[in-house]
Design a protein around this ligand. Structure first.
Ligand code: TXA
Ligand code: MG
Length: 316
């Protein structure tokens, strides 16, 4: 098991040596390394068992520091950065040469964000390099929203987990790139499309692909539990058998055969539902049941990102 604690100087000690440290963010926990150190970045891919074609996100604590490793911040990107950083927004920007090609899987653009978590912002402010950090889960599995999730799966492979408590947003950042100057959603996430459109106007939303080299984050099968997972309607869940555990949006099913049920938000609140999503999926995945059936969230606000994760979990 990794050591877990809130000791920023210990986290810094390992990162300076080129070791990996799990860090808290408002979205999910990240598996962090010095982004300028190619060898350290390589070990992220090894520890996660992540394919080299799936690029990483760079984390920093200040807009001025972003200019150290991207060639420019175009006006629309700057507006979004000013409106939403620190926060659950990742921007695709053209990289400088100090970002190893390994970080971007050979693409010209690097994914960048300033996360909104006090402990991690303090850590970043004390470093003279940014942190490359994908979500701290084995490739393809559910993302971690608390330190114990990281420890359960990667604890024997990393020296330290910086424990910042539960992730407040609970779902990965929204990734925005610019295609012919049109803001384009590469991955739905913790910042809703409505909020983004309020700042830059209408955006495009990229369709999923299992083989789009431009957007490896759009890989269809992702965020998946180990148990067979299906999206079902409420009425299908009402007639489910006893081998089924259910993930419901706001209300329990009266079906007595379904012993295990988790309700994402009894109040029907999409932020609360996003915050609970990954932890509940993990809990259901560990039960002695045969299948997990999930009901979709309403298709609005963060419901889009929640349903995106459910669809990908069901895409095996
Ligand atoms: O909220 C988050 O974004 C979390 C926390 C830790 O910050 N990180 C995260 O990283 O979700 P990860 O590695 O699980 O997902 C990163 C995704 C990749 O799958 C990839 O699709 C996309 O970001 N990405 C990174 N660089 C890209 C690039 N240059 N072009 C297109 N997509 C890129
Ligand atoms: Mg991930």
């Amino acid at each position: 098991m990794a050591t877990t604690g809130n000791d920023i100087s210990l986290a810094k000690h390992f990162l300076l040596k080129g070791d990996l440290v799990a860090i808290p963010t408002e979205t999910v926990y990240g598996l962090a390394a010095n982004a300028f150190n190619e060898k350290a970045v390589l070990s992220i891919f090894e520890v996660k068992n992540r394919p080299a074609f799936d690029p990483l996100i760079i984390h920093t604590d200040a807009l001025e520091k972003v200019k150290d490793f991207v060639t420019e911040i175009p006006p629309q990107a700057m507006e979004l950065a000013k409106a939403f950083w620190p926060g659950p927004l990742t921007l695709l920007l053209t990289k400088k040469n100090n970002i190893p090609d390994l970080v971007t899987s050979g693409l010209d653009q690097v994914a960048v964000r300033i996360p909104n978590h006090a402990l991690t912002l303090e850590l970043l402010s004390q470093l003279d390099f940014p942190l490359a950090a994908p979500s701290a889960n084995p490739f393809g599995y559910i993302s971690p929203t608390e330190a114990a999730h990281v420890n359960a799966q990667l604890g024997d492979k990393i020296p330290y987990i910086l424990d910042g408590g539960l992730c407040g947003v609970g779902i990965e950042s929204t990734i925005i790139g610019f295609i012919d100057d049109v803001p384009t959603v590469f991955r739905l996430g913790g910042l809703s499309v409505d909020e983004i459109e309020r700042v830059v106007g209408k955006v495009n939303i990229m369709k999923h692909s299992s083989s789009n080299p431009q957007a490896p984050g759009m890989l269809k099968s992702h965020y998946a539990p180990r148990k067979p997972f299906f999206i079902k309607t409420k009425s299908e869940i009402e007639s489910a058998g006893s081998g089924v555990a259910a993930l419901l949006f706001d209300k329990k099913t009266a079906n007595g055969a379904v012993k295990y049920q988790r309700i994402l938000s009894p109040a029907g609140n999409l932020n609360e539902a996003a915050r609970n999503l990954f932890a509940y999926l993990r809990e259901l995945d560990l039960l002695d049941i045969e299948e997990i059936w999930a009901e979709k969230a309403p298709e609005t606000g963060l419901g889009l990102a929640i349903n995106d994760r459910l669809k990908r979990a069901a895409a095996h």
